[in-house]
Design a protein. Sequence first.
Length: 201
Amino acid sequence: MRLFHFEKSIRQKGFELIAGVDEVGRGSLAGPVVASAVILPQKCNISGLNDSKKLRPKRRERLFSQIQKEAISIGIGLVMHRVIDEINILEATKRAMVEAIFRLKKNPDYLLIDGKTPLDISIQQKTIVKGDSISASIASASIVAKVIRDKIMNNYDRIFPLYKFSSHKGYATKNHIDAIKNFGVCGIHRRSFKRVKEYVI
């Protein structure tokens, strides 16, 4: 399969436990950034993997269930909005990814990381721009992180109903920006972010 090209070439070099790593929520104005690390077996029967943003919610949910059943291990990392404001979103993203890796039940011997920023961690790694579209392991991590973060934002929707987080998940849609203008910021907004900080009282 095309999506297993990177995994196959790395296994040919002698590596066995390859973890795909990705994050969701980096560009959101509210809530946490969530990262996932996923180790898939060499013989993986999951079809239809892709960048989570390109999949419909029901399709993501089905793939999420398949990944849970087939993956050798799944790790989740989460950094909350207050920490994002303290250390900036890039550092928060890296922290969430490292946490996800450390929470794997099996220690990976190689990492495939979405994007172009390597992690300060003593595991061999490769960064891949748009990796969630061309690597099965990264696509799986993208799906897991997206499903989990969406559930978190759906829960926040019940706590802060004025902002309708379940519809936009905290991203800068017109409805979300209008809600911030009308009601101010709420308890989960990232106050250091442009389009939020100007409304902080």
